[in-house]
Design a protein. Sequence first.
Length: 179
Amino acid sequence: MSFHRYPNGKKRRGTIILTGALELRTNQITHFYSEAKNTGEMIKMVDVLRRNYRSMKNLYISWDAAGWHISKALGQRVEFLNGWADYDRAPTIELAPLPSRAQFLNVIESVFSGMSRAVIENSDFKSVDDAKAAIDLYISDRNQHFLQHPRRAGKKIWGKEREPASFSEAHNCKDPRYR
């Protein structure tokens, strides 16, 4: 996620691209910071998720129809990993891209929107590193909350979401200010 808009009168101090995944069963976020939004970062996320969910038999990854989510290189990487799944006792990966223009189905956008409202908006970080530290703390606190109070993703995810995090055509989970 990159943030391109800043409140009037604030000096821009950098850009952050947050690559994240939301595990719907446990409400846990896996994230890292990226240099760009591209296929290489999605391959990195698939590799991270495959390691983190090693004990699972299958790993289903659903995301929007952005070009870097549906690239040939990503498909080839998943095919390669699936060929090794039995050998290295890792889950097989199945990609389930969402239809174009269906941001209401992309639940992590609600989480990103809530994080943006809680951490980024009306902030005055001195550096990108300070902003990253605040984002990391937010995600850590959120993950800890759902470890202590287990609940599947849906309805209210954390508290500052733009829309209830449930699948509905009436919801637009992605904040239109952050494209």
